[in-house]
Design a protein around this ligand. Structure first.
Ligand SMILES: [Fe+2]
Length: 326
């Protein structure tokens, strides 16, 4: 029985995928597998990465063929070159938030290797709720209600996760919090059309820049601690790593990296983020999710006022991470 029912292209490489409504029917047996595996009562908010993701995945697939089929069908869509999938209804709305987190954890583990969001508690299912005020330490987008410009996630880690799931428990009701999505290949194609753009691509592929690590993700969690990851914005396979405030703050604090060519190239790159074709704008409605290839797509979000907006986010690698590199 196929779990993916229909596919509709929203833009090149970005598509809407409708899935069956019965995944949550397997919650009871999924919970048993998780509790046997972790040896404790589990809920969405206390789940951490496991030392044996392959073993747990196999056990979950055995207990829930629906989960297995859903994962395999979503995986084959990614394998076909899609960078972002929007699932307009995940059919989890009748579950409480902890049980929804549990199901999403299993979806992410089915597709890959979920990571802990911050170093201290290693919580996998991360609530995205406006909780910080601008200017308080150096906060991340998921803690703020201000605009999040186009970026990729965890730019400041040595090995940013390949994928993330962002699930909407409750969308903002104020008209804000609109998601914007772009496949990075259209940014690169756009830059290739002009001499300045081609030069920018060469520079972005060649020069390392300092990405400043937000306070919540440093080992101490102290706002005064200044820590960086040094990396290129585009690697040899055009895997993209970009968040403007981490780079610009890094370049201001580490001026030896602020070569005039890098500043000019960043301007060209940001122009392409504004002007390139094939952008998708949408609101993640209640009980919908986006599944994003974080190496091949960039995402953004408009500001919002409705502070009851509530999302859940899980990031995961496509292969087992190195022990010391997340
Ligand atoms: Fe993000």
């Amino acid at each position: 029985m196929p779990q993916v029912l229909t596919r509709k292209f929203l833009a090149d490489s970005i598509e809407q995928v409708q899935i069956g409504d019965n995944l949550a029917d397997d919650l009871a047996q999924i919970r048993v597998v998780l509790e046997n595996h972790f040896g404790a009562v589990v809920n969405g908010s206390n789940l951490t990465p496991t030392a044996d993701p392959d073993g747990l995945r196999a056990a979950l697939f055995e207990a829930s063929p629906r989960l297995k089929d859903t994962v395999h069908e979503l995986r084959s869509i990614f394998d076909g070159g899609t960078s972002v999938m929007i699932v307009p209804q995940v059919h989890l709305a009748h579950l409480d938030v902890d049980d929804r987190g549990l199901m999403l954890y299993c979806l992410a583990l089915g597709l890959g290797y979920p990571t802990g969001t911050e170093p201290r508690h290693r919580q996998v299912v991360w609530p995205v709720i406006a909780r910080a005020k601008p200017g308080e330490g150096f906060a991340t987008h998921s803690e703020l209600d201000t605009e999040a410009k186009y970026h990729t996630d965890t730019t400041f880690y040595p090995n940013p996760e390949r994928y993330f799931i962002l699930y909407s428990v409750r969308a903002a009701r104020c008209g804000g919090g609109v998601s914007k999505l772009r496949a990075s290949k259209h940014i690169i194609n756009y830059l290739q059309k002009t001499d300045e753009g081609k030069r920018a691509l060469q520079v972005l592929r060649a020069l390392r820049v300092p990405f400043r690590i937000p306070s919540v993700f440093t080992d101490s969690g102290d706002a005064s601690e200044k820590v960086y990851t040094f990396s290129r914005i585009l690697d040899d396979q055009d895997k993209v790593r970009w968040r403007d405030d981490t780079v610009k703050r890094g370049l201001t604090e580490q001026p030896s990296f602020a070569h005039p060519d890098i500043n000019r190239s960043i301007e060209e790159f940001e122009k392409a983020l504004d002007e390139a074709p094939e952008e998708v704008r949408l609101t993640l409605d209640d009980d919908s999710l986006m599944l994003v290839d974080n190496h091949r797509a960039l995402h953004a979000r408009t500001a919002f006022q409705d502070r009851v907006r509530h999302l859940l986010r899980i990031r995961f690698h496509d292969r087992p991470p190195m022990q010391d590199a997340r």
